[in-house]
Design a protein around this ligand. Structure first.
Ligand code: B1M
Length: 230
């Protein structure tokens, strides 16, 4: 049920992360939160805790969900445990000594309520110096456009976790074009079922496979745009 991707870590930490994955799988929120605190006390960074404990655990949940071994209530409990742990990591992921480098709007597209990955991207963008307007889940084109206008954003980030909702990203991009905003907003898309070819097909500027890539890409976008503004 567990996964090891950290053979180079001390045995005690490996066991800690394997237990954390088990607790996440079981939706044991208090235990996952406590394990997150413990790992921080041992000097583990948020990136390692996410990768070895939380995301690794959620990957197993996803596989068993897909295989019909787990069902929505269990997956929801695992997701809630993950979200509680992410709240512990939030201050570390969002703390930033760097000046503001740009403004981003992000949301999970209409019809889709998956928000863990999108929230991770939002936190890490904040940590990289972006002012982020996180619109939440089930966001339609009108709401994206209104937020982009209000914030005068540089970047739009869209997330979709379902094959049935990812095409809605194209609808949002079409609306950007129709309303004359497309040229001044860089569109980044991500989510498990997407790939670079899909991003290109719908006219997005970049596909980001994970939150770290979303940070790197957004930073590069701002460099190309000529640095910080406003
Ligand atoms: Co859902 N679900 N789910 N689910 N769920 C998936 C996506 C699924 C692959 C599971 C499976 O079958 N194996 C499957 C989709 C199949 C498909 O479309 N082909 C699925 C399904 C079918 C469903 C329902 C339809 C189930 C049902 O009701 N019968 C339903 C749909 C509801 C809806 O949205 N309308 C549903 C519901 C749920 C829960 C509510 C129970 C819960 C969501 C809770 C929540 O998010 N608050 C849930 C969960 C947790 C999952 C899995 C298990 C985990 C998703 C997750 O949080 N991963 C998922 C299985 C999987 O993905 N393997 C699954 C951890 C997260 C850190 O990763 O979100 O991929 P991820 O984000 C990554 C990258 O993708 C990227 O960076 C992130 C961090 O590195 N990224 C971006 C994401 N967004 C980005 C945006 C960017 C850039 C990068 O912008 C620039």
């Amino acid at each position: 049920m567990t996964e090891t991707r950290f053979a180079d870590l001390p045995a005690e930490l490996q066991e800690h992360y394997l237990n954390m994955q088990d607790d996440l799988y079981d939706g044991a929120k208090d235990e996952v939160v406590e394990a997150t605190r413990q790992a921080l006390e041992w000097g583990q960074g948020p990136g390692a805790i996410l990768a070895h404990g939380l995301v690794a655990g959620m990957d197993i949940v996803g596989k068993d969900f897909g295989a019909g071994i787990l069902f929505v209530p269990e997956v929801l409990r695992a997701a809630n445990a993950m979200k509680a742990a992410m709240e512990i990591l939030r201050p570390l992921l969002t703390e930033t000594g760097v000046p503001k480098i740009g403004t981003a709007v992000i949301g999970t597209v209409k019809g889709d309520i998956h928000d863990i990955g999108k929230n991770l991207v939002a936190m890490m963008w904040e940590g990289a110096g972006f002012e982020v307007r996180n619109l939440g889940i089930n966001v339609d084109a009108d709401k994206f456009l209104a937020a982009l206008r209000e914030t005068n954003a540089d970047i739009l980030g869209m997330s979709a976790l379902l094959t049935t909702t990812m095409p809605y990203m194209a609808t949002v991009i079409e609306r950007l074009t129709e309303e004359g905003l497309r040229d001044r907003i860089t569109v980044l898309v991500g989510g498990a079922p997407l790939n670079p070819a899909f991003a290109e097909d719908i006219g997005a500027d970049h596909y980001c496979k994970d939150a770290a890539e979303a940070v790197d890409t957004a930073r590069k976008v701002m460099q190309l745009r000529g640095g910080a503004r406003g």
